[in-house]
Design a protein around this ligand. Structure first.
Ligand code: HEC
Length: 118
């Protein structure tokens, strides 16, 4: 039975290595978090971090409540177009955001609606 000890030790080392190498991937920011930080950086001054548009700038410019049914009933394409091209006081972001980032922000706006229903 003396050969069992190195075998168990090897298994243990394998386990430690597996855990150690898997944790950096878990710590990498998820796309969701990335969109949330983009939203905080570029959108929350007008729309508020929760999307309700209830900021002093948002109230002045009549920023849409992104959680509302009027916004949420629109297609991803429609929302992406407003973000990319802008509309009235809503600035255009086609020069500062990639299409992928715009898509991710549409996804973030969808999560705001879900939060409201909770
Ligand atoms: C300078 C203030 C400002 C900033 C910054 C801003 N918005 Fe807006 N946004 C507005 C205003 C004002 C409207 C309403 C436009 C209108 O009346 O047609 C709007 C409308 C929208 C709409 C359309 C809502 C609807 O009713 O169809 C979306 C989607 C949107 N914004 C998303 C974003 C996202 C995402 C960002 C960040 C990348 C952002 N906005 C940044 C002011 C802003």
């Amino acid at each position: 039975m003396s050969f069992n000890r190195p075998f168990i030790l090897a298994l243990f080392i394998l386990l430690v290595v597996a855990v150690a190498t898997s944790s950096p991937a878990e710590k990498a920011p998820a796309p969701q978090n990335d969109a949330a930080s983009q939203f905080r950086l570029r959108c929350s001054s007008c729309h508020g971090q929760n999307g309700d548009g209830n900021t002093s700038l948002g109230r002045t410019l009549h920023a849409a409540d992104l959680r509302s049914a009027e916004v949420q009933k629109q297609s991803d394409e429609q929302l992406a177009q407003v973000i990319a091209d802008g509309r009235k006081s809503m600035p255009s972001f086609s020069n500062s955001l990639t299409q992928g980032q715009v898509r991710a922000l549409v996804g973030y706006i969808r999560t705001r609606a879900t939060k409201r229903q909770e």
